[in-house]
Write a protein that binds this ligand. Structure first.
Ligand SMILES: [Fe+2]
Length: 406
């Protein structure tokens, strides 16, 4: 990246950094169990709610306890369970019609990031009945208060339960776009490990590593605050201590609760302090090859951290110390921290490569990642599209493997 663009990026990022204290960020209140919701609605005199979820979550019976408890308490629940991965404008419009027909007064987004994002977008459309979602794309387009929104994450990963973002796909054009607005931050997040009990181990691993990537990228970036640094450190500690336990034993509710807490903290950190090139490259792979988001992040994370080199050593050393790694220098500690990530990923059966990446696509992919990350992401070391190509080639190499240890 040339020097003029570098200066532009850093000035742009510093303006956003300085603006943080003046923006209406807030954290959702945390509830420990979905069974707290009927009482909450009664207190607020809410008699009808919309539940936005997907077919597999409902099919597994994960929402049943809540649905029954709401009805037992005289609260009507309208269920929209057709949300798809990468939720669409059609999903949002169908759910909105249900909300209106059932006279709902609150929305519950119950599921992975897709159901929570869809629920946020339904809230935005209720607040703006005449404004299509396409007109809400980008930053700060939703200013009105939305109906009471509660997020119940069933994966410990995306952090959508605490962020201001909703990512929606236009059903006609397939254009995928973010809606980033403060009123979309849920009022409550229910961190109930029972909702993650049936998660397959591979999803526990990849979504947990997505959360680790949020925490690490937010922490090593340049736009941190005291609060985001402390949230990110706490998240990294919790993930290092619990991800392998949650992977090996789906019924370890202490580990699962800790992972939900970690994902929430990591989400709170990155919604203010942003992510970095791991996410930008991962999103380009998701768009082109449908590579699952958590998997792409997991594979890329050690490569990108290595490549940042000296620019990230000091902060990675602080994360290393937080998880009990000692060493003679920041460089030593940072390198051990990265090798620990590789070791954990090996134990979680994360591959070291993504064979779907094709050489002929790399120019297009790196341009996409460059456009997403620059100038917005306050990464430790700036890279333009030429330099970003290196990461696609790293994950293409077939001979590498993470080292798994017991
Ligand atoms: Fe992510």
């Amino acid at each position: 990246m040339n020097i003029i663009r570098k200066i532009y990026c850093r000035v742009f990022q510093e303006v956003f950094h300085m603006a943080i204290p003046f923006l209406p960020y807030r954290k959702p209140a945390i509830l420990d169990s979905v069974m707290a919701l009927p009482g909450l609605f009664k207190d607020k005199d809410i008699k009808s709610v919309l539940l936005v979820t997907d077919k597999s979550i409902r099919g597994f019976g994960i929402t049943k306890g809540l649905e029954d408890a709401l009805r037992d308490n005289g609260i009507n629940v309208a269920v929209y369970d057709s949300t798809v991965a990468n939720p669409t404008t059609d999903n949002v419009e169908e759910a909105r019609k249900l909300y209106i027909a059932a006279g709902c007064q609150a929305i519950i987004g119950f599921g992975g990031g897709s159901s929570i994002d869809a629920a946020k977008a339904v809230g935005a459309r209720i607040a703006y009945p005449k404004k299509p979602l396409a007109k809400m794309e980008g930053i700060l387009k939703v200013l009105r208060r939305i109906p009471l929104l509660i997020a119940v994450p069933t994966t410990a990963g995306t952090g959508s339960e605490t962020t201001l973002a909703s990512v929606i796909v236009d059903s006609r054009t397939r254009h995928k776009y973010p809606i980033n607005s403060f009123p979309l931050i849920p009022r409550y997040a229910v961190l109930d490990p029972e909702t993650t009990r049936t998660l397959p181990p591979s999803i526990t691993a990849t979504t947990g590593l997505d959360a680790l990537t949020h925490a690490v990228e937010a922490f090593i970036g340049r736009s941190t605050t005291k609060e985001t640094r402390s949230d990110a450190i706490e998240a990294v500690k919790l993930i290092f201590a619990n991800i392998e336990k949650a992977y090996k034993d789906g019924n370890d509710m202490v580990a699962r609760r800790s992972m939900l807490r970690a994902a929430f903290l990591a989400g709170s950190a990155f919604t203010k302090s942003y992510v970095g090139y791991v996410h930008a490259v991962a999103h380009s792979l998701g768009g082109k090859y449908n590579t699952p988001h958590g998997l792409a992040n997991a594979v890329l994370l050690p490569y990108v951290l290595d490549y940042y080199g000296k620019s990230a050593w000091k902060k990675l050393a602080a994360l290393a110390e937080a998880v009990g790694i000692s060493g003679r220098s920041d460089e030593d500690k940072a390198k051990v921290f990265i090798s620990e990530i590789r070791r954990i990923e090996g134990n979680l059966r994360i591959p070291a490569t993504l064979p779907e990446v094709r050489e002929e696509d790399i120019d297009e992919l790196s341009a996409y990642a460059d456009k997403e990350a620059n100038p917005l992401y306050p990464v430790p070391r700036l890279m333009g599209k030429e330099e970003l190509r290196v990461f696609y080639r790293m994950v293409m190499a077939k001979e590498k493997n993470h080292t798994a240890t017991a």
